[in-house]
Design a protein around this ligand. Sequence first.
Ligand code: ZN
Ligand code: ZN
Length: 279
Amino acid sequence: MMDAARIAGILTDRYGLPVRGESRRAEEGPRMRIWPVHVAKTQGFAIDVLVGWRSVEAEFLPDNFASALVAEMERASAQQRSVFAAFSAACTRDGAAVTFAVNGMPVDPAIGSSWPSGWRTVSIRVVRSPVAVDQSAVEAVEDLAITWGGRALGLSLSLLPLEHDIAGEEEGGIVRIEVNRYERSTINRAACIEIHGAICKACGFDFGAVYGGIGSGFIEVHHVEPVSGIAPDTVVDPALDLMPLCSNCHSMIHRRKPPFSMEELRAMLAAAGEAHPVT
Ligand SMILES: [Zn+2]
Ligand SMILES: [Zn+2]
């Protein structure tokens, strides 16, 4: 069985949203379910993860009375849709299929402007197959659950309202769903790391490789500012506008205001004779 509490702790750190987890051993293999702590149990959602013999599946499961939640997901801004697209791109790049459907009809996760209106049902499903899984290797199974369950969670959270509560009507009464307990920037940051990896994009530094477990997954995230500055309604693309940098490179890129560009930083490293294996 997977250690669902440990995995929930890792995902809570990664997304800044407290989640809880439960695991069980199903016939097909180890299963895990995670769900946000502060969302009413019948009106929120869960992420279900199955690590099978030949595939890993992670799915967004709305609760029975999640219509208010689904309605809010439809209202996701261009910024939120861009983060959703980034998570989806990270999944596809690593060989998974992302199935995203609204009212039973497939929708392109990458083109937020093409999504329909009038959402009644949403399904989000990530399947990585084939993958050779040794179900007796607990650590490997848990790593798969963290990667793919985490991405399904990232996809789902990217569409949820975070700065305000959801108020909807259900069976005559008002329901309130609080999904406002973390900063928007946390999920943008998580999407950037899924896309680029937790490795410095200027010098290739990997905290996990140098410091071991304590450094594993650690990286700073730099906002690449356009020369003209950032307009208030600019959509941040986690793939292009956010870059993972080690603490040294991040300090150096900010030695000037406005900050140096990534190219300038890499040129500095090259001129000083530092290795820069990452492009
Ligand atoms: Zn660096
Ligand atoms: Zn920065």
